[in-house]
Ligand binder design. Structure first.
Ligand SMILES: *Cc1c(COP(=O)(O)O)cnc(C)c1O
Length: 359
């Protein structure tokens, strides 16, 4: 069989990923992401792809506008600075998303070469206006970087239509796939931005250039090791998404978020994200507001304490992937009612009614 790596010839029966499987995966991903260009398969979790983007594009003399609406944005800015780039930060409080107006003002003020942002934030429960930010960036002729790990499968992500240049995704959030392999979609402009960077790593785990998909019929210069079992699990997960239909997967996440919000209202709880039109469809975040009964230490099912600096300020309802379901949302609402020592019946009725209305 035509494999990416030579087999170690062991007796385990392990067969490395074949070129056909690799091509299947890039084709599935390109379709999912609405792009004609085969994405890079990243041999590790999504954060590796994000760090590899920063390493590939950062250089002294390059100016970035880094939008920070949650902890991943902070980290990305640090990686850009490590690469010697000049980084201007546009930061908003983590219970808000960024507005297109604020981005436009910052672009005019800082004249960057590129803009980076996190598309949807599971940690804060916010979703930035990605389509509008990308359109604005295109008008200003900027290279764009988006961390869409928690957007793919939960909301629209139309890479070519939006002219997005570098987009990181993972399958373990909305798509119900493995987290040991992920992807970065790169436009021709994105590749040119990396290839023109003398600092872009080669022969490195952070090298997107090493991972650039070869053209049909051509081989990798140095074949990367793509975690085989994870790659096969990703192929299976993407087949399942295709069978359901991506639109249906997105709709299921929207229903989960809207029904969770309805349940919270009945319980008298406030959403952490201030703009109710810009909430993540993968997580619903609940403002703790000093209510001691909501200070949990460990997750209870899909109800989880806040991460890092948000611990004690919010609770997360992780209704994504297989948990983007009526049953999971109802259980989470019952859990919150239990913590508050309230009868859950009316809140559950609200969940059910919104879930059914959205069908
Ligand atoms: C989950 C997540 C990541 C990291 O994904 P891993 O697979 O855990 O590395 C990065 N960015 C965002 C926005 C995420 O939600």
């Amino acid at each position: 069989m035509d494999t990416l790596q030579s087999s170690n010839g062991g007796s385990s029966g392990f067969v490395p990923l074949s070129r056909t499987e690799y091509d299947t995966l890039t084709t599935q991903l390109a379709k999912l992401l609405h792009t004609e260009y085969p994405p890079v398969i990243v041999p590790g979790e999504a954060i590796l792809g994000i760090e590899a983007i920063a390493a590939g594009i950062a250089a002294p003399g390059r100016r970035f506008l880094n939008v920070v609406t949650g902890p991943y944005g902070t980290l990305f800015g640090e990686w850009l600075e490590r690469g010697g780039a000049d980084v201007e930060e546009l930061r908003v409080p983590f219970d808000e998303v960024v507005t297109v107006e604020a981005v436009e003002e910052a672009i005019k003020r800082t004249s960057p070469d590129a803009i980076s942002f996190v598309h949807a934030e599971v940690i804060t429960g916010g979703s930035n206006p990605a389509g509008e930010i990308l359109e604005l960036a295109r008008r200003h002729d900027l290279i764009t970087v988006s961390d869409s790990v928690s957007a793919v499968g939960g909301e629209a992500l139309r890479i070519d239509e939006w002219s997005a240049d570098l987009v990181a995704i993972g399958a373990q959030k909305a798509l119900g796939g493995p987290n040991g392999v992920s992807a970065v979609a790169v436009s021709p402009r994105g590749w040119a931005f990396i290839e023109s960077n003398a600092r872009a790593p080669r022969s490195s785990i952070l090298s997107l250039l090493d991972l650039k998909p070869p053209r049909a019929g051509e081989a990798f210069r140095v074949p990367p090791y793509i975690p085989t079992l994870e790659a096969r699990a990703l192929i299976a997960a993407l087949e399942a998404v295709e069978a359901q239909g991506l639109e249906q997967v997105i709709r299921r996440h929207e229903r989960a978020a809207e029904s969770a919000a309805a349940g919270l209202r009945v319980l008298g709880l406030e959403g952490w994200q201030r703009n109710s039109d810009r909430r993540s469809t993968l997580t619903t975040t609940v403002r703790i507001g000093g209510e001691p009964r909501l200070l949990i230490k460990q997750p209870i099912g899909i109800v989880a304490p806040g991460d890092g600096e948000l611990n004690g300020q919010l609770l997360r309802l992780n209704h994504f992937g297989a948990n983007a379901s009526q049953a999971a949302v109802e259980t989470a609402i019952s859990t919150l009612a239990g913590l508050l020592e309230l009868d859950a019946a009316q809140a559950l009725e609200a969940v059910r009614s919104v879930w059914e209305k959205r069908s």
